[in-house]
Design a protein around this ligand. Structure first.
Ligand code: ACO
Length: 322
């Protein structure tokens, strides 16, 4: 079996916070944020609007675009580092809201790489016949774990959600067959202190805030992304020239530029949303994918590379024939 992406959807909270708005809250400026990160604005969830709300809206949009009812879904895998509650999994809330009555729903936690990890998990469920129709979601309300007095982190993140619907189909063996070709996951726990949240139920009993050594994270991100992109292409006997599109995790415009340079790809084949969404962690890849599918840039049959790197460290890539 292979997993076909048969629908995509996304949701962004209505409230937009610009760099100029942030400059009224902390000692920063639009010029600094744009120059160092490429970010101009971010969406921030309304009071009372939770990750499950964002995730459900994205999942429902993806199901609508696929023409599939929630009751036909037998797997929900939701990537988030900002769940509604410590337990149960936010995925179970989405499960009940989309009208799915059977199957399984659970969360995956790999921070900014979460969507790639969730996609890989769901793909393996579908390949082995353990599920037939999956909704894979990346959803975050990162605004809730930001220290709004720390200018080195609070300017970089935003809230949002994106989702895809996967359907298991038999392999035909035809060249250029549609579906997920492969996924590649990595983690290295030895760099914990470079990017983490200083709270949690078992350590402090508090929710905590994001702490990050930005320069170090940047260096690791560029190296790890180059490694995993090379691994994904090599595993499929492909070169960068074979790619129609790259949908990267949207952390920083300079990381995207560097990835494009390393691949020898023009920037107009990279989907870029970081300027408008900022870093939405697990939501960034499915948000960008949905945007490029909806506006007609990514077409059926295109070869698309998805990649991400985040806290853990975790990093991964997936190659998809859309
Ligand atoms: N506004 C104004 N000045 C600031 C701000 C701000 N918001 N934040 C930091 N500064 C200051 C610093 O205090 C420092 O001042 P100093 O020289 O007087 O000490 C100066 O700007 C330079 O700071 P650096 O940290 O060296 O700036 P850098 O060029 O490294 O850019 C950034 C910082 C944007 C965080 C960059 O390192 C980065 O993007 N790193 C990757 C982090 C990331 O993307 N993390 C997300 C999770 S992991 C992932 O998704 C890949």
């Amino acid at each position: 079996m292979r997993s076909l992406i048969v629908g995509c959807g996304s949701y962004l909270p209505a409230r937009i916070v610009t760099n100029h708005d942030l400059a009224k809250m902390v000692d920063t400026s639009d010029e600094w944020i744009v120059e160092r990160s490429g970010i101009r604005q971010r969406h921030i969830a309304a009071e009372g609007e939770t990750t499950a709300d964002l995730a459900t809206a994205a999942a429902q949009a993806a199901l609508n675009s696929a023409g599939i009812k929630g009751s036909e879904v037998d797997l929900v895998v939701l990537a988030t580092a900002t769940p509604d509650n410590t337990f149960p999994a936010t995925a179970t809330r989405v499960q009940s809201r989309i009208g799915m009555t059977g199957g399984a729903a659970f969360d995956v936690q790999a921070v900014c790489s979460g969507f790639i990890f969730a996609l890989s998990v769901a793909d393996n469920f579908l390949r082995t016949g353990q599920a037939r129709t999956a909704v894979v979601i990346g959803a975050e309300t990162f605004s809730r774990i930001l220290d709004w007095n720390d200018r080195t982190t609070c300017v970089l993140f935003g809230d949002g959600a994106g989702a895809v619907v996967l359907r298991a189909e038999p392999r035909t063996g035809a060249p250029d067959e549609r579906g997920i070709l492969s996924t590649h996951l990595h983690s290295d726990g030895s760099h914990h202190d470079l990017l983490y949240v200083d709270g949690g139920p078992s350590s402090t009993g508090t929710v905590g805030h994001v702490r990050m050594s930005g320069k170090e994270v940047f260096r690791h991100a560029v190296a790890n992304l180059a490694q995993v992109v090379g691994e994904a292409l090599g595993a499929n006997g492909l070169t960068p020239a074979d790619l129609d599109w790259v949908v990267p995790h949207q952390a920083n415009r300079r990381i995207l530029d560097s990835t494009a340079r390393k691949l020898g790809l023009p920037m107009d084949r990279m989907v870029v949303t970081v300027d408008r969404h900022a870093n939405t962690s697990a939501a960034s890849v499915p948000l960008a994918l949905t945007e490029a599918v909806s506006d007609g840039r990514i077409k059926c049959g295109d070869l698309v590379l998805l990649e991400a790197m985040g806290g853990g460290f975790t990093w991964g890539a997936g190659l998809v024939r859309m």
